[in-house]
Design a protein. Structure first.
Length: 110
């Protein structure tokens, strides 16, 4: 049971770390672009963030699978897939929110 709690805490911490990185990627843009160019900036950010998030999901899902099978000794469980789905949905919603929020502030002075 302790291993399971530690697994959930580590999954949550890693997810927050990735979401913080996504938020910082938009914050680090030095100035707000013009409204006609903001979509290009968002596309560039997405092209950088999506491969990082996919690699994160692959690594975390693999680790969840190994922990579930070998440390928790649960052979028939598919909990790692549920964790994958939850993390995928949360990251997709976060990227959508951050991109939309960035788009709303186009053309504003810094």
């Amino acid at each position: 049971m302790l291993i399971r709690i530690i697994k959930y805490v580590l999954n949550f911490a890693a997810l927050l770390w990735m979401l913080l990185g996504a938020a910082l990627s938009y914050v680090l843009i030095l100035r707000n672009p013009d409204c006609d160019r903001v979509m290009d900036v968002i596309k560039d950010e997405l092209c950088e963030l999506i491969p990082i998030f996919m690699a994160y999901l692959a690594v975390v899902t693999g680790l969840n699978y190994l922990v579930e099978r070998y440390l928790e000794k649960r052979k028939g469980s598919k909990e790692f897939l549920l964790l994958l789905l939850i993390q995928f949905v949360v990251m997709t919603l976060a990227i959508t929110y951050l991109s939309f929020n960035f788009y709303l502030h186009c053309g504003e002075p810094n």
